[in-house]
Design a protein around this ligand. Sequence first.
Ligand code: SAH
Length: 214
Amino acid sequence: MRVKHKKWAEPLMAAHPEKMVLDPATVKGHWQDRFEKEQPIQLEVGMGKGQFIIGMAKKHPEINFIGLEIEKTVAAIALKKALPEELPNLQFICADGAELTDFFMDHQIDKLFLNFSDPWPKKRHTKRRLTYHTFLRGYEKVVRPQGSLELKTDNMGFFEFSLMSLNNYGMKFDGIWLDLHHSDENANNVETEYEHKFSELGQPIYKVSAHFDN
Ligand code: SAH
């Protein structure tokens, strides 16, 4: 997600170390201490401006959520949006999702979300896709045994690539939806910002839910 640089972004993040983690490697092994209650942790990699993860945290007080975003200004916008909500079950990280194993001990994450990840359609950028096998290896380490990954996208090419990549990695599929909004699966759906935007344009939303066979 590209947004114009905002000069308040970094100072706001620095002023809220209780909510925004800028050096997640220092918290490795201690994530539960940052939440009010010790309960399962679910993580979104590439949360954008946070609409989904904030919505999930409101809807599921029985789960601890972490939203991770690589772009500073984007992460700061999510932080600004979340602060007035005072959600004790929500934390943010501004860092690269390629480095998850530096941030989390093995099996600390209950479930992982990828929503509307950058599709990187050019073949030479394949390795940047968040479902490329190097990323899957990191996810597999940090999620609990049989831990699941849920992915939503409007991008057919990225969806096809992801299905192949998950399958080739040996993941087991729990569900595939080619038109999420017109399926039973939609009943508990929490929309992301991009999801709202693309579905307004009439585009079908694809979803896959799968788990590691670890
Ligand atoms: N999930 C949001 C945003 C989708 S845009 C939504 O559905 O509305 C994808 C986001 O992933 C962008 O904000 C981008 O900066 C972020 N991103 C891309 N690569 C990343 C990485 N390696 N680690 C963390 N975030 C990443």
